[in-house]
Design a protein around this ligand. Structure first.
Ligand code: F0G
Length: 430
């Protein structure tokens, strides 16, 4: 059996209470198991491994495969698109760039809608279905929107999305539109969208599935289980994630903690969070000890252009419990790290590249040692924001305050005449 419990005052709520924050103190909620799990670690590992051979959709999902750790009855109707099961890549060029012997990239962009959001959305929309909700909604910088739109369509639910006008990539909007969501553009940034949708969720019967919704976090925490399994249940020394609304770092913190508690892993992994310099309220909190909302967040990594992250308390619990750190990286560092990941044949969207940029800095600072085992989480697919990529490679990418970003690893398109000798000459230096 599971309950919802306030992270501050520990008040308990039933799972079917449609609340997002504690009705007593207003703080965030955790979902917690209140009865011991029947299976031990070896048995669990064997069950999960067996499910890989099953053809049942429930077993094939990289999220629901770990359902012993999810708060649902066994007969629940699951809304799934076969999420999870994402690759863990060795990235030698990125490792070299960071000054590491080796580096692994857990690519959450390989989910059905191209971002890590799907692993949480399958659980949140399943909960919406259990609660018999008719309308699901979110505020989004684009990926949550695309993901929710897809899962709502699978569940045949109406779906409303609030996005900041002119600040979401075309690819992400295209997904939400095609999946049939009602897309509402709001004058203002993501934080404004988030504030409005939270107010609306208190008054109306829509179901909010931003990461303030703890069912989302439950789904996303299973990525930590999948990662541990891929590493033969050996914990890496460092796990590095980008920080926006801070749901992902919170979810990894919860997943790692539960695995340690249940004897599935033995060693603590440090969780570090990387933010873009212009949208870094969480990093400033770690510098100053005071959490202050950033009123005008700015970064070309639009997915993490967030000044008032809702899950910062849970994320700080994850960083503090595990001995990680929080730092910022510049727009130039993000762009160059992104191109480096691309040269490993992997690619990602700008927000994801904060991780490799951050690891490079943390190696220089000595926080990460050259031979330690490091995993960076890539959160979104390269094709989520092609405009950025083309501009970087053609030396036309500029920061929000109009400073040119150097295409240090630029790869410009070459125009050639339709003659073999012209093509041969263009290929001479390859
Ligand atoms: N990376 C990508 C690609 C994202 O889309 C987001 C968040 C993050 C990182 C940050 O993750 O919020 O859990 O700290 N995107 C949200 C959205 C805000 O609406 O799609 P976080």
């Amino acid at each position: 059996m599971f309950i919802q419990r306030c992270i501050n005052c520990a008040t308990e709520f039933d799972l079917d209470e449609r609340i997002y924050v504690c009705s007593h103190c207003g703080d965030l909620l955790d979902i917690e198991r209140v009865e011991p799990l029947a299976e031990g670690p070896d048995e669990l590992r064997a069950i999960w491994s067996d499910r890989l051979k099953s053809s049942d959709a429930h077993d094939r999902s990289g999220v629901w495969r770990f359902r012993e750790f999810l708060p649902f009855a066994s007969d629940v109707q699951v809304v799934s698109l076969g999420e999870g099961n994402t690759p863990l890549y060795d990235a030698p060029r990125s490792a070299e760039y960071c000054g590491l012997t080796s580096l692994k990239l857990k690519h959450q962009g390989n989910n059905p809608t191209g971002s890590f959001k799907d692993t949480g959305m399958t659980v949140a929309v399943t909960q919406a279905l259990s609660l018999r909700m008719h309308l699901v909604a979110c505020a989004s910088t684009g990926n949550t929107a695309a993901s929710l739109a897809a899962y709502a369509a699978r569940a045949r639910m109406a779906c409303a999305i609030l996005v900041p006008e002119g600040q979401v990539s075309d690819a992400k909007l295209a997904q939400a539109l095609d999946y049939g969501a009602k897309v509402l553009e709001i004058e203002g940034n993501f934080d404004v969208c988030m504030r409005v949708i939270k107010e609306l969720a208190e008054q109306s019967s829509l179901y909010l599935v931003n990461s303030i919704n703890s069912f989302r976090i439950e789904g996303q925490k299973t990525v930590a289980f999948e990662l541990a399994e891929q590493l033969g249940w050996q914990s890496p020394d460092h796990l590095v994630v980008p920080g926006g609304n801070l749901g992902n770092s919170s979810a990894f913190g919860k997943g790692l903690r539960e695995m340690l508690e249940h004897g599935l892993t033995r060693k603590q992994t440090r969780i570090s969070v990387i933010q873009a310099e212009g949208a870094a309220p969480f990093a400033r909190f770690y510098d100053s000890g005071q959490f202050v909302v950033e009123k005008q967040p700015h970064t070309l990594a639009t997915a993490i252009k967030i000044g008032a992250p809702v899950s910062w308390k849970k994320a700080s619990r994850a960083v503090n419990e595990t001995g990680g750190c929080v730092i910022t990286v510049s727009e130039q560092e993000i762009a160059d790290a992104k191109a480096t990941i691309g040269r490993d044949g992997i690619g990602c969207e700008p927000a994801s590249a904060t991780t490799v940029a951050g690891i490079r800095k943390l190696v220089i600072d000595g926080f990460i040692k050259k031979d330690e085992r490091v995993v960076a989480v890539l959160t979104g697919h390269l094709l989520k924001d092609t405009d950025y990529v083309i501009k970087y490679h053609s030396q036309t990418l500029t920061t929000p305050d109009h400073k040119l970003i150097r295409g240090t690893f630029g790869n410009a398109i070459t125009r050639v005449a339709a003659r073999p000798c012209a093509i041969e000459s263009a290929l001479k230096n390859l």
